[in-house]
Write a protein that binds this ligand. Structure first.
Ligand code: NAD
Length: 486
């Protein structure tokens, strides 16, 4: 593939099956975080574009899309997955250029998984059963599903295509239409996905995409729009709160997948080599910009020093640099603003008495781009902002513990409740601790292992609702109960 051919891309809105600029003609620049160079321009939408997109989605809902059979919709979903795989190299490159993530990770994880999300729901939707109850000789009750309607899908920048497909696939499976807003930082793969949807046979108006910003812009316009029936949002908890307020007047159905400050709990009996190998991933994959990253590491005191020595050594072997190069493990952070924000937390850590064991600075050979060495900090109290707030970068805190009850209390001492990892060979303890941790997704002796049939989501301020398997299809459908007197 000729990389230079896809190094610039201008992104337009996709409304009613056509790529269109903004009526105002406004555009903004899309910056490559690894080079700080301009990747292309992006149409900047506003109320007008959202109105057009919602109107198109409403027409398609009662028109061509509603006339497709379950089998036809499933076939289209499968075709979208196939076309994603057919354009895998191109999509992976665009994702890497847009986000700063290593190309190898985009290829192996993001694009594969994006295709699988469509393939999975193409099959899963066919097997979805409704409920039916016979009430003696009195009545027969059964449930009937229909689409929720027009769904606003608002996305973050960290796993752009993977997370968009994670919501769009079940949304389309249940016969809804969508108005999508990708993150302003990562507009490219969502734009290509619109082309793919069209080629796969998605009728005009079923998927619409409006580029732009959040507050006072496209995100808010979608959240407020009276004809948008539901919002599927992935992003920061404060944005979730703003969307909830905007959506309140029209009482929209909401699904939120929000941030996390996830504990990674390591007991002394764990297999330390396995722990280190996985903890390197759970700490620094995607520059630590994954909601599931385990940024609070708690290690039982007898192995604390040994863990730190091995963990620092393994971390120092990670190669930070040009995301396109095969050997790169850690690319660039998404933006200047985010880079400064993460660095600000490092200053806070030092002021709060923390000790940076490795990292904490820009790699010496990289002058341009938002690069930060993977960073391990110890010596922080639970009250430090670095322990309490989501940093969303390659930065982890490591803390020793003595008692099981103590580590459970520390792990739960947060307003987040997304995920947790527990490392131990003691089966009873693994269940006991797992059932005591307040998180929606809990792994024992592993991390990031997913089966798309299982429920996924956060408790406390990490989310509302669950996705995955039937859980997603429940969100994207309205269920009526029909009772027939016998
Ligand atoms: P963000 O909340 O800043 O932005 C997400 C989207 O919301 C963007 O498209 C943005 O333009 C839009 N937006 C911003 N303000 C808005 C408003 N007032 N109304 C409507 N839309 C608005 O999040 P981000 O920085 O893009 O992503 C990082 C966050 O996402 C982290 O907190 C991370 O943990 C979270 N995340 C969670 C999951 C999960 O599965 N729980 C997955 C990925 C990312």
């Amino acid at each position: 593939m000729d990389i230079t051919k896809v190094q610039t891309m201008d992104c337009l809105h996709f409304i009613n099956g056509q790529f269109v600029p903004s009526e105002s003609g406004r555009i903004f620049q899309n910056i490559n975080p690894a080079t700080e160079e301009v990747l292309g321009t992006v149409a900047e939408g506003g109320n007008q574009e959202v109105n057009y997109a919602v109107a198109a989605a409403q027409r398609a809902l009662s028109g061509s899309w509603s006339k497709k059979t379950l089998q036809e919709r499933s076939h289209i979903l499968r075709r979208i997955g196939d076309l994603i795989l057919a354009r895998k190299d191109e999509l992976a490159l665009l994702e890497s250029l847009d986000t700063g993530k290593p190309l190898s990770q985009a290829k192996a994880v993001d694009i594969e998984r994006a295709a699988y999300n469509f393939h999975f729901y193409a099959d899963y939707m066919i097997g979805l059963a409704n409920e039916a109850y016979q009430q003696d000789e009195v009545a027969f009750h059964y449930t009937h599903r229909r689409p929720v309607g027009v769904v606003g899908i608002i996305k973050p920048w960290n796993l752009p295509l993977l997370l968009l497909s994670w919501k769009l696939a079940p949304c389309l499976a249940m016969g809804n239409t969508a108005v999508i807003k990708p993150s302003e930082w990562t507009p490219m793969t969502a734009t290509v996905l619109m082309e793919i949807c069209k080629e796969a046979g998605v009728p005009n108006g079923v998927v619409n995409l409006v580029h732009g910003f959040g507050t006072d812009s496209v995100g808010e316009a979608i959240s407020k729009h009276p004809n948008v029936n539901a919002i599927s949002f992935i992003g920061e908890r404060k944005t979730g709160s703003a969307i909830m307020k905007s959506a309140a007047d029209s009482l929209k159905k909401l699904s939120f997948e929000l941030g996390g400050k996830n504990p990674n709990i390591i007991f002394a009996d764990a297999d330390l080599d396995e722990v280190i190998e996985t903890t390197i991933q759970s700490s620094f994959i995607n520059q630590g910009e994954v909601c599931l990253c385990g940024s609070r590491i708690y290690v039982e005191r007898p192995i604390f020093d040994q863990f730190l020595a091995k963990f620092v050594t393994a971390t120092n072997k990670l190669k930070v640099g040009d995301p396109i190069q095969k050997e790169t493990d850690i690319g660039a952070l998404i933006s200047k603003e985010h880079y400064e924000n993460v660095n600000n937390y490092l200053e806070i850590a030092l002021k709060d008495g923390g000790r940076i064991l490795t990292g904490g600075k820009r790699p010496e050979n990289l002058e341009k781009g938002y690069y930060l060495e993977p960073t391990i900090i110890t010596g922080l109290e639970r009250t430090s902002k670095c322990v309490r707030e989501e940093i969303f970068g390659p930065v982890v805190m490591v803390t020793p513990f003595d008692m099981e009850e103590e580590v459970i209390m520390q792990a739960n001492d947060t307003h987040y409740g997304l995920s947790a990892t527990i490392w131990t060979k003691d089966v009873k303890r693994s269940h006991r601790v797992a059932q005591s941790i307040q998180a929606g997704v809990i792994w024992v002796n592993t991390w990031f292992l997913r089966d798309l049939r299982t429920p996924f989501g956060g408790m406390k301020q990490s989310g509302i609702g669950r996705a995955g398997g039937k859980h997603s299809l429940d969100f994207f459908s309205e269920v009526s109960n029909i009772t027939v007197k016998l």
